[in-house]
Design a protein around this ligand. Structure first.
Ligand SMILES: NC(=O)c1ccc[n+]([C@@H]2O[C@H](COP(=O)([O-])OP(=O)(O)OC[C@H]3O[C@@H](n4cnc5c(N)ncnc54)[C@H](OP(=O)(O)O)[C@@H]3O)[C@@H](O)[C@H]2O)c1
Length: 359
């Protein structure tokens, strides 16, 4: 199953919104075949692995699958039919699929067809790996990761200075891989006005489709020639005031729009639900300070990834949480440190929001 999970990881960036699964077929302690989920519309992991063995006698073989096989016709035919007709008699499954069309039915149908099914091997590890998919299916909302790049003294921005590179090249590459694992990247209007970012996956090879770029601009302040509105290489969704002329201008440039015309800030849970409808399993918040603070204030995040680079920004430097106001220490979100990585002189810390990350 460890090998099947390694296979699943190969589909991490290409499969969404389909869940990334991995499959290994083994007999007498030898791996006969393996596979992972193809991009949407393509084949699921078990079909990829089985096709490599067509016409082979699979008596006595075991099929290891990280996620329960589908039993309904979606973009592809049901996978359980292929497993049953392959002649394999034993299937080991990591975890059941929370999709309401499946949710245990795949296991049941295999058992009804006389196959021996073992369920739950490496379940916790697989659920953690698929947490954005599980969250999306259970809550109809996008799993949200806040990314922060800061100096040793905890600043994301020096006083009155343009954007600067705080972290080293390797950490920068890692942050682009994090982008690639997300189906949408979100920034606030001021970040566009200050930095004019492209917000695309660079410095690492792009796997799958480029993430959707989302920009919060409900006062319609961003100039139409901003890089974020150039849609040749990646799509953009702009949250606007809802003014008809502005929306039409953006649409004529290929920018999708979503209107927010209620008083007050745009609700973060509204954004998460709207993006979930567009197939965004994981949303990456890329700043700036005001935008991040809205997500912190609304407790609308599941993970916090902090890159710290070897710089000191000193007096006037701004912290990522500047806009968060807490009435007492008890209100501070409770976070669990789940991973630390070093990239040269820079480090990455990953925290889960204890109350929300794996629900
Ligand atoms: N080191 C890092 O990790 C990092 C990352 C990103 C940015 N930065 C730096 O941070 C600076 C920009 O940050 P910033 O804090 O000034 O601004 P920002 O967060 O980029 O943009 C804030 C603006 O976005 C809109 N917005 C954000 N959240 C909203 C919500 N929930 N509802 C409605 N509107 C919302 C508002 O636009 P309106 O004003 O129209 O209401 C708000 O004024 C840049 O200098 C950038 O270099 C650093």
């Amino acid at each position: 199953m460890e090998k099947a999970l390694e296979c699943a990881q190969k589909a991490r960036c290409i499969a969404p919104p389909t869940p990334w699964a991995g499959c290994v077929i083994a007999k007498d302690r030898t791996i006969l075949s393996s596979g992972w989920t193809e991009p949407p519309g393509g084949e699921h992991a078990e079909l990829v692995a089985l096709k490599k063995l067509s016409n082979k006698n699979l008596q006595g073989a075991t099929l290891y699958l990280t996620l329960e096989p589908c039993c309904h016709r979606g973009r592809t035919p049901p996978c359980i039919d292929a497993i049953i007709s392959s002649g394999i008699k034993r299937v080991v499954i990591g975890t059941t699929d929370p999709d309401p069309n499946i949710r245990g039915k795949g296991v049941e149908l295999l058992q009804n067809a006389g196959l021996e099914v073992e369920l739950g091997l490496l379940e916790e590890k697989i659920e953690k790996n698929l947490r954005s998919y599980f969250h999306h299916k259970r809550h109809g909302s996008s799993y949200t990761v806040i990314k922060v790049v800061q100096s040793i003294d905890g600043c994301v921005k020096a006083e009155n200075s343009a954007a600067l590179s705080i972290i080293g090249t390797e950490a920068g590459k890692d942050s682009h891989y994090l982008r690639n694992q997300s189906q949408a990247l979100l920034i606030g209007a001021k970040r566009v006005l200050h930095d004019n970012p492209h917000l695309t996956v660079r410095h690492v090879p792009l796997e799958g489709s480029p993430p959707l770029r989302v920009v919060l601009d409900h006062h319609d302040t961003i100039p139409l020639n901003a890089n974020i509105f150039k849609t040749e290489n990646a799509s953009t969704l702009c949250i606007t005031s809802g003014r008809k002329e502005r929306n039409e201008l953006l649409l004529s440039q290929g920018v999708d729009t979503l209107s927010w015309n209620k008083p007050g800030p745009i609700s973060c849970s509204f954004i998460q639900k709207e993006l979930a409808k567009r197939g965004v399993l994981q949303l990456l918040i890329e700043g700036g300070i005001i935008t991040i603070s809205h997500f912190l204030q609304e407790k609308a995040f599941h993970e916090l990834v902090i890159y710290t680079g070897p710089k000191i920004l000193g007096k006037g430097g701004k912290r990522f949480s500047e806009g968060l106001s807490l009435s007492s220490f008890a209100e501070s979100p409770f976070l669990n440190l789940v991973d630390t990585q070093q990239f040269g002189d820079s480090i990455r810390l990953t925290y889960h929001h204890v109350a929300l990350a794996l629900k």
